[in-house]
Each structure stands twice: as structure tokens, then as C-alpha cells.
Design a protein around this ligand. Sequence first.
Ligand SMILES: Cc1cc2nc3c(=O)[nH]c(=O)nc-3n(C[C@H](O)[C@H](O)[C@H](O)COP(=O)(O)OP(=O)(O)OC[C@H]3O[C@@H](n4cnc5c(N)ncnc54)[C@H](O)[C@@H]3O)c2cc1C
Ligand SMILES: NC(=O)c1ccc[n+]([C@@H]2O[C@H](COP(=O)([O-])OP(=O)(O)OC[C@H]3O[C@@H](n4cnc5c(N)ncnc54)[C@H](O)[C@@H]3O)[C@@H](O)[C@H]2O)c1
Length: 494
Amino acid sequence: MIGAGPAGEVVAGRCADAGLAVAVVERERVGGECSFWGCIPSKTLIRPGELLAAARVTPGAAAAVTGGADAAGAFARRDEMVGDYSDEGQVPWLRDKGIQLVRGVGRLVGERRVAVRGPGGAERTLVAARAVVLATGTRATLPPIPGLAEAEAWDNRAATGARAVPRRLAVLGGGAVGAELAQAFRRLGSEEVTVVEGGPRLLAREEPFAGDEVRAAFEAEGITVLTGRRAVSVRREGAPHGGGAPGSGSMPWAEPGSRPAQAAGGPSRGPVVLGLDDAGSPDRIVADELLVAVGRTAASADLGLSAVGLPDRGFVEVDTRMRVTGVAGDWLYAVGDLNGRALLTHVAKYQARVAADVISGRADPAGRPATDRVDPGAVPRVTFTDPQVSAVGRTERAAREAGLDVRAVAVPTASVAGSSVRGTDAVGTSQIVVDVARRVLVGATFVGHDTQEMVHAAAIAITGAVPLEDLWHAVPSFPTVSEVWLRLLEAYGL
Ligand SMILES: Cc1cc2nc3c(=O)[nH]c(=O)nc-3n(C[C@H](O)[C@H](O)[C@H](O)COP(=O)(O)OP(=O)(O)OC[C@H]3O[C@@H](n4cnc5c(N)ncnc54)[C@H](O)[C@@H]3O)c2cc1C
Ligand SMILES: NC(=O)c1ccc[n+]([C@@H]2O[C@H](COP(=O)([O-])OP(=O)(O)OC[C@H]3O[C@@H](n4cnc5c(N)ncnc54)[C@H](O)[C@@H]3O)[C@@H](O)[C@H]2O)c1
């Protein structure tokens, strides 16, 4: 196994449970991007602002909110949640399962052979009897904008690891990373936050109404959103002082240049000036920090893929059993972000369970050969903005593009008592996309407060192909936001 992020950890654990001898090569921290610089710290930094916002719209609680978020407290909680950037807490379970942890940088050097460069540069070669699993994930993409590489911009590592709240924050990219962190920092105290998105709307992969509703919420709380705009230059004024985001690059054997060096902010750095194209105004943004969140690049460049006849770059293509396409002999697998199918932790872990079962010869719970049975169009996802965007399956447009005859119905999420009792600002739209012929859901989107837990019901409805007539008898509790299911089925004509 190369890489001990969520994907690598799960493959290792499940293979060990099946009685296989497992070695995991990890160059930084067991837990990967999600634990230290992704899901966990970002959601921890979002939480204080989310709670304060909820209290502010709840008469009876609102008066108790007399100030803003305590950023120092939020950062302290973040540090706790990431184990002070140490993976010591994650290591014992590997030991308990008998998994060998090999610290160092791994790369393929031939069939079933992995060379590992460890601390001090010492190299050893591991030879797998059965399989090698690649689970090296991704890093933030740095687009080729003149001046950006020298501007000490933030990537997700620097942003989630911040030790201070910038007064002015510019965010390049209005996808999940950009949107979540823009709002988190606004609520932690940034006075000016500007999101620059090259496409027509925020959260482009979701239903158009989702991006529009998040934009409206952002603008209502003072975040500027520029869509259809591109950055053409970046300049950091004042002398750079170097430095690094907590935890990044501190492993002596980490690949040089494998992460852009990021500055944590400081008094000696001047502002950053982001020059924009001439498609509108303003023509520039001046900020104290620039977060670059324009997507992810596969960590495949130094993985030795050419040693097995594959290109040394890009996402690694796999089949539904997670075997790397183009490599004979059923010994090479790639799971998680590295295969580019859906860059989400829960998908990485699902793929990991499939790969582990394929490798160990375990059938799926129905007795069939282990296979990825999740239609790429049926992946659940939650964007933890406020309002949240909780969705599973296809958008209406994606369903039509896939050749399905669908009908979409939408209702306001606020149309149920469960939304109103929560506070006075209920917002958002909920929508289901129904396959007209089969009368089953192929997509569902819930925009609103507290919708994150609603998405799994929709995932079950889609995965189980539950007919609308049966969903009608799934009675939602009162007064919960889930009552919106009833409104949606009524809107469909039931
Ligand atoms: C800011 C942010 C927030 C996110 N929030 C969410 C969220 O809320 N929910 C969600 O589902 N997803 C979220 N994601 C996505 C999630 O982090 C990824 O989908 C997940 O981390 C993928 O897991 P992975 O194991 O494939 O890769 P990674 O977590 O990237 O782990 C790969 C591991 O491989 C190691 N490695 C790489 N190359 C080598 C090598 N040559 N030798 C040895 N080791 C190597 C790395 O050090 C790393 O530990 C977020 C991402 C970001 C950036
Ligand atoms: N809550 C979650 O589950 C969660 C949270 C964060 C990240 N993630 C995962 O991480 C992945 C990466 O997130 P991300 O936000 O970095 O990527 P993304 O692909 O989701 O969004 C990037 C955005 O940047 C825009 N963009 C690209 N180049 C640009 C440029 N030069 N100027 C302006 N805009 C530009 C794109 O149009 C796109 O909207 C996501 O696909 C998601 O799967 C998930």
C-alpha cells in the first residue's frame, strides 16, 4: 500500500482483518489530507460561525449572541482535532492490526515492487506477494497565473492551518473548498472576503439553484462573489518572509516540491494583488491572503508509474474492481482521490472496501464478486456552507445528458414546520429528479439548514430503487426538515 489517507487506511485495515500481511508506506501522516488539512479542520473551523448564525435567527437565543466568533478558540479546537498535526493517535490501530507502517516516500520500481526512501535518504525495496495498492491522493492545483507561484498564496493546507484571520481574504475558485472556507473565514472575522469563480456560478457540479442560493446567502453576510471572472496576474507586495503552514513539509523525507511552500501570514508580508480579466469590474482585488481553490492534481508524478508502462502524471484509471487499467496480472490497484472518480472521503473509503475484498477474495454481502456498484452519478455529497447543499445522484441536467427521461419537482425547504421551528431565516430549495418510466429517484438535492443528515435517506432511495409509491409510506417525523420528502412527493402528484 502506498499512502495512508482514508483510502489507504481502509484497504490496510480490511486486508489485515482478512488475514493478509500488510505494509503501508506513508510519507507524511497516517490519516492523509482529510484528517489534517481537509475535511476535519475545515469542518471544525466552520462550526463556530454556523452555531452563532443559528443562534442569531432564533428569538430567545439571539440576544445572548453579543459578539462574533472567537477565532483563537476555533483554531485551538482545530489543533485538537488534528492532534496538533501529529499522527501518533492514528498509529496504534495499525499496530493493533499487525499492519507494518513504513515511513517514507514510496514508488513503483516494477511488478509488485515498491522502493521506499525513508528518513535520511535510506532506500529499501518491498516486494508484495499479492498486490500493491496506490492511494496517494491529490494536492491543490496551482494554476499557471503569472506571479502566483511567487505570491505565497494559501492552498487548503495553509488555509485550514491558519493561525490568524486575514482582514481581507481573496478566494480563487468557488467550488467546495473555496465556498466552505470563504464563509468560514468571513464568520471567523475576515472583514472583506471576495470569491472569484471562473464559471457562471458557485458549486458548479450541483443544481444551478444550489449555487445561486449559496451566493445569495454569501452576499447577505457581506461576502463578494464574482462569477465568470478569471485572474490574470498575482503580485505579493512587500518582502516575502517564508514560513510554512502548520504541519506542511515538516517531514524531512517528504518529496521536495510535493507541496507548494505556503506562508502562514505575518507582519512583514505586504498585501497580495489579484489582477482580473477585463470581463467586468473590479479589475483587481487587494487582499491580505489569497486562497487558491481551483481543484486538485493527482499525486502521481513521482509514483514510478512509468516503471509499469503508465504515464507519470494525471489520475490513474481503474476498472470497477479498482484494478489499474493497462497493467496485466491483477496486482496493481488505485483507490481514492488518485483515481479521480469522485474526490470525497466516503467514496475513497468505499473504493477501499471494494479493493480490499477483491484482493482478499471476499465476496460482497450478496455473495457476488466485490465490485464498485455505485453509479458515478449516484455519489452523495454535502457542501458544508450555510445553507448546506446536500445532494446525491444526478442533477436534472446530468440525468438528461445521460439519456434519462426525467421530471424534476422542487419545493422550498422552508415549507415544513421543521425548518421554521429552527429559526426565522429558513431558506433553500429541495428537489427530486425522478426517472419517469421507472418512477424511482435518480437525484435529490436539499439546500437549507441542517440538511446534511437528509442525504442518506435519498442515497438509500436511489441505491434501492425504491418506487415513489413505496416512498409515500415512509412517514417523516414531525416536526423535522425530512417532511420536505412529503411535500416533494405531493408536488410530483402522489
Ligand atoms: C479543504 C478540504 C476539505 C474537504 N472536505 C471534505 C469533506 O467534508 N468530505 C469529504 O468527503 N471530502 C472532503 N475533502 C476531500 C477529501 O479530503 C479527500 O477525498 C480524501 O482525503 C481522499 O483520501 P485519499 O486517501 O484518497 O487521499 P489523501 O487523503 O490525499 O491521502 C493520500 C496519502 O498518501 C500519502 N502519499 C502520497 N504520495 C506518497 C508516496 N509517494 N509515498 C508515500 N505516501 C504518499 C500522502 O502523504 C497522504 O497521506 C476535502 C478536501 C479538502 C482539500
Ligand atoms: N464538503 C465536501 O465534501 C468537500 C469539501 C471540500 C472539498 N471537497 C472535494 O475536494 C475537491 C476539490 O475541491 P475544489 O473546490 O478545490 O475544486 P472544485 O473542482 O470543486 O472547484 C474548483 C472551482 O474553481 C473554478 N476555477 C478553476 N480554475 C479557475 C481559475 N483559474 N479562476 C477562477 N476559478 C477557477 C472552477 O470553475 C470550479 O468551480 C472537490 O471536488 C470535492 O470533491 C469536498
